[in-house]
Design a protein around this ligand. Structure first.
Ligand code: ASP
Length: 310
């Protein structure tokens, strides 16, 4: 069989060993494994990296454990606003949505933007109108309700504070999700999906739906999905920066990823991590936080599911 590989993440942040119950840890690992396996099965069948990253991200979006889809955090007004983006390394096609509500799988809507419009990025009401034109089911707010997320929001509600999942201030659930993959045809793809920040206001948008910042894929270099302090990831154009370091400076995937996460993003005050794959099937999963929910199956079929630093 030709080389295939997939990596996923469920967010980076203040994940300190011993702070989570064994039960919770098992639940997170099981959810990661399920998503990983779903994506991998797609690749094994010979389908595209795009199908694989979409399948893996849909699975993570359907879990209440991660801050995406079903598990999305509450905004300042008690709603859920989600962002997602996907990119195909084969032809640099991309699709993205921001500030959408009620959509079960934002990543699929992002892909539909790519496939069924002349555009790359749709936001807010326009994105919702587009979803309705494709007969997307609009889920009731109950579908997205989670007691813990609600408590997190109650603590910040009516204040000017907002909370990024990566904040050191609180011991919170983490969880923007993403996937990168290499398929049997040698194509790579990346996808990222998020509920953003608890108590976010003014239509705040992070890096996750932004092509180049939170997501990027190019067969010439790499496919990248990020998680971290979005404002800094936007300013650092992080996903594209990894690709640019490879393309223009000739760095390896590992060196480029480490340069960005262990140096450049820290220098401007950001924190977080990313997952990346190149066309040879090399993987890199660097993070500069205490932990990152992550999992991968490499080109030799080795499976790893991890949360903390080694
Ligand atoms: N990067 C995401 C954002 O800023 C958050 C995350 O990675 O959890 O919206």
């Amino acid at each position: 069989m030709k080389k295939i590989t997939i990596a996923i993440h469920g967010g980076a942040g203040t994940l300190i060993k011993g702070k989570m119950t064994a039960e919770k840890e098992t639940a997170y690992k099981a959810a990661l494994e399920e998503a990983l396996q779903k994506g991998y099965e797609v690749l094994k069948k010979g389908e595209s990296a795009m199908n694989a990253v979409e399948a893996a991200v849909c699975s993570l979006e359907d879990s209440p454990l991660f801050n995406a889809g079903k598990g999305s955090v509450f905004t300042a007004t008690g709603t859920h606003e989600m962002d997602a983006s996907i990119m195909d390394g084969k032809d640099l096609k991309a699709g993205a949505v921001t500030s959408i509500t009620g959509i079960k799988n934002p990543i699929s809507l992002a892909r539909d933007v790519m496939n069924h419009t002349e555009h790359v990025f749709l936001g807010g009401q326009g994105a919702m109108d587009f979803a309705k034109s494709l007969d997307y089911e609009i889920m009731s707010p109950n579908y997205f309700h989670d007691d813990l997320r609600h408590d997190q929001w109650q603590q910040l509600k009516d204040t000017d504070q907002f909370q990024l999942d990566h904040s050191l201030k609180k011991d919170s659930k983490f969880g923007t999700v993403g996937a990168v993959a290499l398929d049997q045809d040698g194509n790579i793809a990346a996808a990222t999906s998020t509920g953003g920040m608890t108590n976010k206001r003014f239509g705040r948008v992070g890096d996750s739906p932004m092509i180049g910042a939170g997501t990027y894929a190019n067969n010439k270099t790499c496919a990248v999905s990020c998680t971290g302090s979005g404002e800094y990831f936007i300013r650092g154009v992080v996903a594209y920066d990894v690709s640019a370091l490879m393309e223009y400076k000739g760095l390896s995937l590992m060196d480029a990823s480490n340069e960005v996460i262990q140096k450049r993003i820290l220098e401007i005050g950001g924190d977080g991590g990313l997952i990346a794959v190149d066309k040879e099937g090399n993987l890199a999963l660097p993070f500069n936080t205490e932990g990152m929910y992550r999992a991968f199956i490499d080109i030799n079929g080795n499976k790893v599911i991890a949360i903390y630093k080694n």
